[in-house]
Ligand binder design. Structure first.
Ligand code: ZN
Length: 376
């Protein structure tokens, strides 16, 4: 199996440095935490894996099967020179993993968990990624006598149409499994709802569409993120473009998204171009019936005895997608308990990991290695 991690971190947003309780790159240990950019995403995991391996080596532990530690250095910008190269190298050596374990999901504390109890979520899938560039031309000239149809107006109309006619929502795939797993632990009314998905599907989807986070779990999302056109306030732009970022649900594809967009905007004046920056088809969904899933789950039960466990969908991208060719399954789970207060710290201000949580993560990896690779 392969333990995946990335050693790079996102920058500290300029102007927010002074909002940190301790210097953002100091690694300061204070008040029961290690404070540093990257402690949650994801040096805490990377270091905990290494400390677990070192602890076991010092005890003379020898695994029966081969374990790989594969750490990339550029996940935050796509992983092309890190994870993608490591995976290609391993493929050349004919290395094949039974499974990989990477970041993506965590243990949700009762305030964050829909069951209001500790819940370990093992990411069995992640969304794909695509940006489309919608380009159009306009009649130039003076803005005092504008044409009825303008380049920017055309793009705004397209964006509105896309927002009004989204890709379909579904409970198939990992999100459906998530709710089936946690259903029995839900409060009574919701338990009834989720235990009978076949009857209440429309009602469940309606509820999930209401929050940005749950909406992202049930459909391919679209986000118009950049619009450009025009050089001066009194000149009509002759060209303009709009970037729309898509996060593709497993089951959808780049082709389906492009077809949907063309159909919905229904405008010959707009050219739809695929941005070549990052394109990722949603990777295959990993099994919940494999030795790997079983081991990760069993180890959660051993190290977090109060937690129940479910599979889930990671709505962002991880380096795991580079390993799908050489791994039977890819799981995304880091053994850290997250509360609602931790979420804004990821890629945000005052990122920190608790010493207690970090120590528990080391225990988790020691136990997992023993469970999956050991003689003990
Ligand atoms: Zn990360």
């Amino acid at each position: 199996m392969g333990f995946l991690a990335h050693s790079d971190v996102v920058p500290v947003e300029p102007g927010t440095e002074k909002d940190w309780a301790f210097d953002a790159f100091s690694g300061k240990i204070a008040e029961g935490f290690v404070w540093d950019r990257g402690t949650l995403d994801m040096k805490g995991t990377l270091m905990a894996v290494m400390e677990a391996v070192e602890t076991l080596l010092n005890k003379g532990f020898s695994p029966e099967r081969t374990l790989y530690l594969a750490f990339g250095h550029d996940e935050e910008i796509g992983g092309q020179n890190g994870a993608a190269q490591i995976a290609a190298h391993l493929e050349n050596q004919n290395v094949r993993f039974s499974y990989t374990l990477d970041e993506g999901m965590v243990v949700l504390d009762p305030d964050l968990s829909p069951t209001r109890k500790l819940l370990g979520v093992i990411g069995v899938a992640e969304k794909g990624y695509l940006t489309l560039k919608l380009k159009t031309r306009g009649q130039g000239g003076h803005s005092s006598s504008p044409p009825l149809r303008t380049a920017i107006g055309t793009l705004c109309k397209a964006a509105t149409r896309l927002e009004n006619k989204q890709m379909p929502a579904t409970l198939a795939g990992p999100t459906g499994s998530f709710f089936r797993y946690i259903g029995p632990d839900m409060p009574f009314g919701k338990k009834l709802l989720f235990a009978n998905q076949w009857i209440f599907k429309p009602l469940i989807l309606l509820t999930l569409k209401k929050s940005n986070t749950t909406n992202a779990m049930i459909r391919t999302t679209l986000a118009p993120t950049m619009i450009q056109g025009g050089v001066k306030e009194n000149i009509m732009p002759t060209r303009a473009h709009l970037l729309v970022n898509f996060r593709i649900l497993p089951g959808d594809s780049v082709k389906k998204v492009v077809e949907h967009v063309k159909k919905v905007i229904h405008d010959d004046a707009i050219e739809v171009e695929i941005s070549q920056n990052i394109i990722s088809e949603p990777p295959p969904i990993s099994s919940t019936d494999s030795k790997g899933f079983f081991n990760i789950r069993k180890t959660i039960a051993q190290v977090f005895p109060d937690a129940s466990v479910s599979p889930g969908l990671v709505i962002a991208m991880t380096d795991s997608r580079h390993y799908t060719n050489i791994s039977d399954n890819c799981y995304r789970f880091a053994p850290f308990v997250f509360s609602p207060k931790d979420i804004p710290r990821i890629h945000g201000t005052n990122e920190r990991v608790s010493i207690e949580g970090y120590t528990r993560a080391i225990q988790y990896y020691i136990q997992l290695i023993k469970n999956c690779a050991g003689k003990e």
